[in-house]
Design a protein around this ligand. Structure first.
Ligand SMILES: Cc1cc2nc3c(=O)[nH]c(=O)nc-3n(C[C@H](O)[C@H](O)[C@H](O)COP(=O)(O)OP(=O)(O)OC[C@H]3O[C@@H](n4cnc5c(N)ncnc54)[C@H](O)[C@@H]3O)c2cc1C
Length: 170
């Protein structure tokens, strides 16, 4: 079925991965309203075996989680790495492991967790505190973005083709 619905939105973010959901949360914290995230996956914690990987959220990443006040929740979900080792493997298979010195004694622990857990953590934050402001729509794939000088038109596919219209600031 092909249908053409038109909706007006303030902010539309294509992709509800870590960057998209974080951007939505940061905008909401700065007072933006009516934020929509379009995500082609069926859910925040959707597991794709061919793309499953773990994130390491180190001090840089924790600048974001600190500002969202979710670093404690991140720590609960993760495995922390505080020490670093280097293993030399010789041609004959023998191994020698050396503990690396940590130059910065104040260095924060880095947290390891699956992508799906991190995305779910951000999504839960939206569900818990920003439901009125941020709408995350799953199973929606953006096909095209058109700039009509006054509007941005975002064409997407869900169960049918549709479009969102974003009014450009004057
Ligand atoms: C094997 C591997 C290991 C990695 N390990 C780490 C790590 O340890 N630490 C780290 O920081 N980074 C790691 N990365 C990099 C990691 O991919 C990025 O840090 C992170 O995923 C970037 O987040 P993102 O939200 O920008 O992109 P993505 O995670 O790719 O999210 C983009 C989202 O947009 C959606 N999307 C895409 N196109 C459309 C469309 N047309 N319409 C609607 N939705 C759409 C996708 O479904 C996805 O959910 C790794 C990458 C790989 C491949």
């Amino acid at each position: 079925m092909t249908m053409n619905h038109s909706y007006r939105k303030n902010v539309v973010i294509i992709g509800g991965g870590p960057a998209g959901l974080s951007a939505a949360l940061m905008l909401a914290k700065r007072g933006w309203k009516d934020i929509t995230v379009l995500e082609k996956r069926p859910s925040a914690n959707y597991y794709e075996p061919d793309k499953s990987f773990s994130y390491q959220i180190d001090g840089r990443g924790q600048k974001l989680t600190d500002s969202l006040e979710i670093t404690d929740k991140l720590a609960d979900l993760s495995v922390a790495s505080t020490e670093f080792y280097l293993t030399f493997i010789q041609k004959d298979g023998t191994r020698k492991t050396k503990k690396l010195p940590i130059v910065d004694s104040q260095r924060k622990a880095a947290y390891w967790l699956p992508r799906s857990s991190f995305v779910q953590l951000l999504y839960q934050e939206i569900q818990q505190y920003w439901q009125e402001t941020i709408q995350v729509l799953f199973n929606i794939e953006c096909i095209e973005i058109k700039d009509n000088s006054e509007n941005l038109e975002i064409r997407f596919f869900s169960t049918c083709y549709a479009k969102l219209t974003i009014k450009m600031p004057v």
